[in-house]
Design a protein around this ligand. Structure first.
Ligand code: 5GP
Length: 121
C-alpha cells in the first residue's frame, strides 16, 4: 500500500488541519494526541511521507532517523515526564493497531502506565 497523502497527519503537516506543536525541528513535528490515553500523551511524526516504521527504516535518511529518535526523548523531557519514566509506542500496520497511516511515535507518561499489553487471546 502506498502512502496516503490525505491522511490526518499529512494534513497537519501541510497546514490543511491546525496543530499546536510542542516541539519541532527540520525533520519532525510533535503535538498532543487528540484522545489522550495517559495524563501526558504526545505524538512525534517525521515531516517526510512515511507510512509506518518499516517504511521509515527502509527509506529515511540517517538524519531523519536520528532526529525522530531524538525528538521522542526530547518531547518526554519538555513535557516533564522523562524523570519519572515514560513509554514510547509505535503501532505498525493492521495487527499493530495502526489507525493513521503516517509514522508516529506515541510518548506517554505522567502516571504509572501499568502492564505493557493486556492479553486478548
Ligand atoms: P495509532 O492508532 O495510529 O497508533 O494512533 C493514532 C493516534 O492519532 C490516536 O491516538 C488518535 O487519538 C490520534 N489522532 C487521530 N486524529 C488526530 C488529530 O486530528 N489530531 C491529533 N492531535 N491526534 C489525532
Amino acid at each position: 500500500m502506498s502512502y496516503d497523502p490525505d491522511n490526518i497527519f499529512a494534513q497537519i503537516l501541510d497546514g490543511r488541519l491546525p496543530s499546536a506543536p510542542i516541539d519541532q525541528d527540520d525533520h519532525t513535528i510533535s503535538f498532543a494526541d487528540i484522545n489522550p490515553q495517559a495524563p501526558q500523551h504526545h505524538l512525534v511524526i517525521p515531516r517526510g511521507a512515511y507510512k509506518d516504521l518499516t517504511d521509515f527504516a527502509d527509506q529515511a535518511s540517517d538524519a531523519e532517523l536520528a532526529n525522530w529518535v531524538r525528538a521522542l526523548a526530547r518531547v518526554a523531557k519538555k513535557t516533564g515526564i522523562a524523570s519519572d519514566g515514560y513509554r514510547v509506542i509505535v503501532n505498525t500496520g493492521k495487527n499493530g493497531g495502526q489507525e493513521v497511516p503516517h509514522l508516529h511515535g506515541h510518548v506517554l507518561g505522567g502516571a504509572p502506565l501499568g502492564a505493557m499489553l493486556s492479553r486478548k487471546t
